[in-house]
Design a protein around this ligand. Sequence first.
Ligand code: KIV
Length: 274
Amino acid sequence: MSTAKPDQRHRVVTTRSVVNMKKTGEKITALTAYDYLVARLLDQSGIDIILVGDSLGNVVQGHDTTLPVTVDDMIYHAKAVRRGAERALIVVDMPFMSYQTSVDDAVRNCGRVMKEVGVGAVKLEGGAHIAEIVRHLVKIGIPVMGHLGLTPQAINKFGTYEVRATDEAEAGELLNDARVLAEAGVFSLVLEKIPSSLARQVSEAIPVPTIGIGAGPHCDGQVLVVYDMLGVTEEFRPRFVRRYGELAEVMRGAFRQYIGDVKGGSFPAKEESY
Ligand code: KIV
C-alpha cells in the first residue's frame, strides 16, 4: 500500500467538517485570498475557508466585472494560495462561462482545477438551472459550494449591484434554488447581498451551511473580500463590509516615506549597506 497521501487529507478543515460546523452551531469563517503571502497569514490566523474568488478580476486585475477572468487565471492564483495554506479548506471560484455551457465543460474545467491545483472544492454561481451540473460534479467527486443572491457573473442580467430578492417573487425563487442546490449536493451555499430575514429562512430550510456576504447575522458563516475588510479597496464602502484596517493609508504612508528617504539620500544608511 502506498504511504503517499493527497494533500487535502491532511487538512484540518474539509468539506465534511464545514458541514458538521452547522450541526454543532460553530460559525464558519471565510475570506478571499489570491496569493501565497495572504493565504499564509489567513491560515496562520485560523480561518476555516480560503476562497480564491473570481473577485480577483476586480481587486487584482483591475477589471470592472469578474467576467474576463479565465480558468488559467484562477489556476495561477489558486496554486499560489495552495502553497501558502496548510490548514484551511481552499475553495476556487469557477469563472464565467467555464461551467454554465455544459456538464462536459464543467467537468473538464472543474477537473483541471482539482487536478492541477489540488484544492478541496469549487464554487459555482447560479440556482436550479445549474443543478444538473452540480449533481454530476458531486457524483464524480468534486465538492461544490453554491452561490445565490447577487451573483456578480450575472451583472449584465441584473444591471446593478443592488441588494437582491427584496420582492416576494424573487425571494421565493431564491429559497427554491437553495433547496434544489442542497438536494443536488452542494456542501455549502454563499448568500450574497440579500435581506437578512430571507437568509435566515434559507439557513433554516437547508441542511448545509450558508455563508453570508451582506446577508446578515443568521447565516452559518461569513465571507468577505480580504482587501475590502483590510481597507485596501478604499472607495468600496458598502454597509456589509466591516473595515478591520485602513491599509491603503498605511501603505501610501510607507511608500511616501520611502520615496522621501531615497530622494533625500537617507536610505540606504550605512548599516543598511554592505
Ligand atoms: O469572488 C468572490 O470573492 C466571491 C465572494 C464575494 C463570495 O464570490
